[in-house]
Design a protein around this ligand. Structure first.
Ligand code: ZN
Length: 369
């Protein structure tokens, strides 16, 4: 086997910190009648010893996940983030802006142009370069960061928003690891990567989205920018979590096993008690959990999802069908396991029939063995 080369610094020195074994592509939803087996691929996270970037090892799949409906939590966070950037004076009227978006949606461009910024076309320089969960989808991290930096005008600011590795490690969010997501950023690693491109972090904002999302602003070090207290505080917190420590990250492996064991035990107990349990959220995060826990349709007869495009399909690597929200009223489940913890408030409001008929919502992340 050829040694993995870091996607940011090309170093071969590093550690495998999370190995989820063979997993199907998490966006490969076969028809319910398709007997499989679905193609599976190694799913592993590696931590670079040189630059500290946590990353996907191999990715033999070609992600094709379409833009879905944008959850209210994502929309609210975007509004909050743009307000904070405006208050910090980073969104000057008349400035130019370029966005690197996520294939999953969530563009900030309309909000920024409403504030008087002008969007420029691909490859044009811009005063504000925003990357909102975009760069994580690039296999070559060095090249994609270089491209963003090369477009910055003199005095320009690069804004990077990412789900922080610090939160992933602290909260045991092992199932963020998925094919197509190549990088899992700590602010610590990003500061190192930015430094190689002559950029210095200048300010950071934290958000509760996904349990811990960071928006980092960076500008050219030669223009006199230095990290402020918000950046220094983040780096100190990450040092205490140990975001560069392979031993700390290996805790994710234990978290994976505990959650898989917990889910399986819960479903087995409910079945033994004669109660029906459904899942909610046919999302990528659910795929690795269901596979790791070896759950089949006998334990979980369906995963509800509001997306019409997913009706009639089944969860990758399992025989569990994806079903529509109407089934919540028809089957009157005793419990609904929520695979998207962020959406709890939204679900309670959207589907009051679950609790009305005596059911309860259970966070998949709270089930630990
Ligand atoms: Zn590296």
């Amino acid at each position: 086997m050829v040694a993995h080369a870091c996607r940011a610094c090309r170093s071969n020195s590093g550690n495998l910190v999370l190995d989820l074994g063979l997993q199907p592509a998490c966006d490969y939803f076969p028809r319910h009648g398709d007997p499989g087996p679905d193609p599976v691929y190694a799913l592993q996270m590696w931590l670079c010893a040189r630059c500290g970037l946590a990353q996907l090892v191999a990715d033999p799949t070609t992600p094709e996940e379409a833009r879905g409906a944008e959850p209210a939590a994502l929309i609210a966070q975007a509004a909050d983030a743009v307000d904070r950037l405006g208050a910090a004076g980073l969104l000057q009227d008349g400035a130019t802006v370029a966005e690197y978006g996520s294939p999953h949606g969530g563009s900030w461009l309309d909000r920024l142009t409403q504030r008087g910024l002008t969007a420029v076309g691909d490859d044009h320089p811009a005063d504000v370069i925003i990357d909102c969960f975009g760069m994580m989808h690039a296999a070559d991290q060095a090249a994609s960061l270089a491209q963003r930096v090369s477009r910055l005008t003199p005095g320009g600011v690069l804004l990077l928003q990412y789900h922080s590795l610090d939160a992933i490690v602290r909260l045991g969010q092992w199932n963020v690891l998925r094919h197509g997501h190549y990088a899992y950023y700590s602010t610590t690693a990003l500061v190192t990567m930015l430094g190689w491109h002559g950029l210095s972090p200048r300010a950071a904002w934290r958000f509760d989205l996904y349990g811990g999302t960071v928006l980092l602003a960076a500008s050219r070090a030669t223009e006199g920018y230095v990290p402020d207290a918000s950046v220094r505080g983040l780096l100190a917190d990450e040092a205490s979590t140990g975001v560069r420590d392979p031993v700390a990250l290996a805790g994710l492996q234990r978290d994976a096993q505990r959650r898989a064991t917990g889910l399986r035990a819960f479903l087995a107990a409910e079945r033994a008690a004669g109660r029906t349990v459904l899942g909610y959220g046919a999302a990528s995060r659910a795929v690795a959990l269901l596979r790791t826990a070896e759950i089949d349709s006998a334990l979980l007869p369906g995963v509800v999802d509001a997306s019409p495009a997913k009706q009639g399909l089944r969860m990758p690597g399992t025989d569990i069908p994806v079903i529509g929200p109407a089934e919540l009223s028809v089957r009157r489940p005793g419990a609904v396991v929520l695979f998207l913890t962020d959406l709890r408030a939204e679900m309670l409001a959207s589907y009051p029939e679950v609790e009305r008929s005596g059911g309860r919502w259970v966070d998949a992340d709270a089930l630990t063995g």
